[in-house]
Ligand binder design. Sequence first.
Ligand code: ADP
Ligand code: MG
Length: 678
Amino acid sequence: KSTRWDSKENESKQLPIYRHKAKLVQAVKDSTFLVVTGETGSGKTTQLPQYLHEAGICKNGKIGITQPRRVAAITVAQRVAQEMQCTLGREVGYQVRFDDCTSQDTVVKYMTDGCLLREVLADPVLSQYSVVILDEVHERSLSTDILLGLLKKVLMDPANATKGRSFPLKVVVMSATLEADKLSAFLSNCPVFAIPGRTFPVTCTFGTAVGPKDTESTGYVKEVVKMALDVHTSEMAGDILVFLTGQSEIERACDLLYEKAETIDYRYDVQDQTVEGLLILPLYGSMPTDQQRQIFQPPPSGIRKCVVATNIAATSLTISGIKYIIDSGFVKQLNHNSRVGMDILEVVPISKSEAQQRAGRAGRTSAGKCFRIYTKEFWEKSMPEYTVPEIQRTSLTAVVLTLKCLGVHDVIRFPYLDCPEERFILGALKQLYQFDAIDRRGKVTRLGELMVEFPLHPGLTRALLKAASLGCEDLLLPVAAMLSVENIFIRPGHPEKQKEADKKHRALAAKSGGTNDFATLLSVFQLCKSSDRPSAWCKDHWIHWRALKSAFSVEIQLKDILHRLQQKRDFPVEKFDGNKSELFRRCLCTGYFTNVARRSVGKVFCTMDGNGSMVHIHPSSSLFDEEVELNWIIFHDVLVTSRVYIRTVCPIRYDWVKDLLPKLHEVDAYELSSVARQ
Ligand code: ADP
Ligand code: MG
């Protein structure tokens, strides 16, 4: 054995979970449901699956472990593969949306909760699994909540528990915080295994930068950077973990840190002489995984590590050596916005329990400090006690369709851990009806059965299926792929470079006609794909090569799903006479007629979904400066700042949506749930 492995093995023997190995394995064997709790970093995610594997549980079937975040699934799988000394994708693998790194040999499978939900669709009793571990349940992600309800429904009924299976399925529910009692009560008072944790005290201080009125979240990046530099120059050795909300903010903070760190004069104010430099490491969801690996490595001696991360570092990933936390007090969250009637990614204050969790990251191995940049008043007046579960604040359209396809017709009385508001369920039913995925009685249509196969927003799926029925899916597949990856247009931030990038992007838009952002996406996809040196082409046009590469792969996967469905006999076929540009835009209309806006005055548009919101075209759109008569448009999504901006815009003709628009108001949502209410 190599020394490296020995040290890893010793490391894992020191984790709090290790002493409870035998009892834990027994507890899993003894009951259908088991709740496991323990402090973040105690070893639940990385060790328990290995213990179960060692105990021979995999002879019946795989061990599946879900994570709400894709980065967590990938990173943890990498780590466990390393600990088990196997190649990632063999015994240990992962699967996230559009990225499957598993094989026939995979017995320990990390995956996103969304992926497991899709597997339930194909195989409701999960016959390939011996154990399913729902991890990070305290995060209360939409898919995890639905899986909890589904597994409860299936396994609590003894007739179901063994149907289609030769051995009983075991379900472990893991959570970092104090939700254990609630979870156990939900799962018919199943046993709870609490792993005693070791934590050290963390001293928290409040700042002055963000007060209760600072809901516009712009000033705090600078403040966070200042705080990090203060800590670096005045505090004893120990690494820093900074919490911000997203990629662009994190990159900006890192840039500022690089600039400033170079100008620190170490002759003054530096109490700890070992501190000579600062190693600045960003950490966010869409980062390349080889870069992420650096986060876990100890810094070179005499160097202080400063990780600037999203909320992912709060519970899903544990970074060792952290002694100082700098908390911005904000998080990016998907919320249903009733003003515009849509789900919007917003920056909002974190909850108090979230703030405590963040602070706790400093006390893993010794006493730590947490510097909050917000005031005590902000804490008292602007931060809620707990984070509202996703199921109670986002659109349920995709999930309700999934439930219906699983035969759960009464989606109102489904066993939810926390019930969503009825209006959210009704809203989902209404939208499914608008997309022809369910009929007036709430029954899934043939189209709905096709739609559920795609891991995309139902509207986008609707447009794609329309295109496929007209034989022009080649127009929509790349668009769907491009909208499923991170933004492909690089925004360098630096004013000179930004000008150059803008010029290139405008030229790309002009190539596709200059008036349709969806067409620009299609054209970028095609131009790059047909280029001899695609990465050089991207560099030249200020396009994200990594994002575009993912889009290529996503397009192939979507095409595979579509081709599989097209081989079935009753795949719809339609005819269309007209030019290609119109065909393309009319396909888009079938999926985006819920997002139609009409010119109101000047550059202000008004949405036609019944909300009548006033919206503006975002400056990133090629239609931003458009002087031509632009009366009717459709758009992909919305960004809310002081104004409501719409992004990815396409001009349409009223004729094309005339027959679709009435659908928005045609049916009373209660009527759709009537089946459920009988
Ligand atoms: P829990 O799930 O209870 O929060 P984990 O199993 O995630 O705990 O982590 C246990 C330990 O493994 C932590 O000390 C963490 O630092 C370490 N660890 C986890 N993932 C990695 C990784 N990718 N590289 C290095 N260390 C890791
Ligand atoms: Mg964990």
